[in-house]
Design a protein around this ligand. Structure first.
Ligand SMILES: [Zn+2]
Length: 234
């Protein structure tokens, strides 16, 4: 789990690696790429190639760093996302929570080259950004196996990921963590809260020793009980 400070916000992309390659889950804001790549190096990926990037969903704090990371990785990286968010990530559908004004506000804060790179990738792409779509229940061959759990509500194509070898749930934005406790997603940023809470029931069948929330970081100890409690409030 990476810990990246972005102004007042701390975000937590995740890295999985084995002896051949590494995988990145979520990419931060526009301009986050250099910091994420530096943290990846510190985490021990060495000279391994970046084989895949899994985007848990379309929101700007998850896809913003994608162009910079792809440019640095040099062409052998597959981008994976759920079909429900594929159109927004490919620039063929509007981003669900992003008006033109709001996007302009974000891009105003970054250097011109980052802005241009972002616009080239997401507003006017020469081709699709998503190389392969994710299916609920499939297990990706990353870091010993990473199972996709479709958890719509925060966005239609939101996915969480379960890493069985370490019993780790990568929740994305399906839940947030506060003071070591898990709660449902942020209501202000979750257009379909009922569906989002319903999605949490899908976690109940997994043996989870620790959960990583993109916002709030690591929670361990009593995670299954914590999730069951939150899911019961539905
Ligand atoms: Zn987020």
């Amino acid at each position: 789990m990476l810990e990246l400070q972005l102004g007042p916000m701390t975000i937590h992309p995740v890295i999985l690696f084995d002896k051949d390659s590494w995988t990145l889950v979520d990419t931060g804001m526009p301009g986050s790429a250099p910091a994420i790549l530096e943290l990846a190096k510190q985490a021990g990926i060495g000279e391994l190639p970046l084989r895949s990037i899994v985007l848990t969903h379309q929101d700007i704090d998850h896809i913003g760093g994608l162009p910079g990371i792809l440019a640095a990785a040099g062409g052998q990286t597959d981008v994976l996302a759920h079909p429900g968010d594929e159109g927004a990530i490919n620039g063929t559908q509007p981003m669900l929570k992003m008006t033109a004004e709001r996007l302009a506000g974000f891009l105003e804060q970054v250097p011109a080259d980052v802005r241009e790179q972002f616009e080239r990738t997401f507003l006017n792409p020469p081709g699709p950004n998503v190389d392969r779509t994710l299916a609920d229940g499939e297990t990706l061959p990353c870091g010993g196996g990473l199972t996709v759990i479709h958890t719509p509500g925060h966005t239609p194509g939101h996915v969480s990921l379960y890493h069985a070898p370490s019993k780790t749930l990568i929740a994305g934005d399906a839940m947030i963590a506060k003071n070591g406790e898990l709660t449902g997603p942020n209501p202000a940023a979750t257009p379909n809260m009922g569906q989002a809470l319903e999605s949490l029931k899908k976690f109940v069948g997994f043996d989870i020793a620790r959960a990583v929330c993109y916002h709030g970081g690591l929670v361990q100890g009593g995670v299954n009980e914590n999730i069951a409690r939150v899911a019961k409030q539905v």
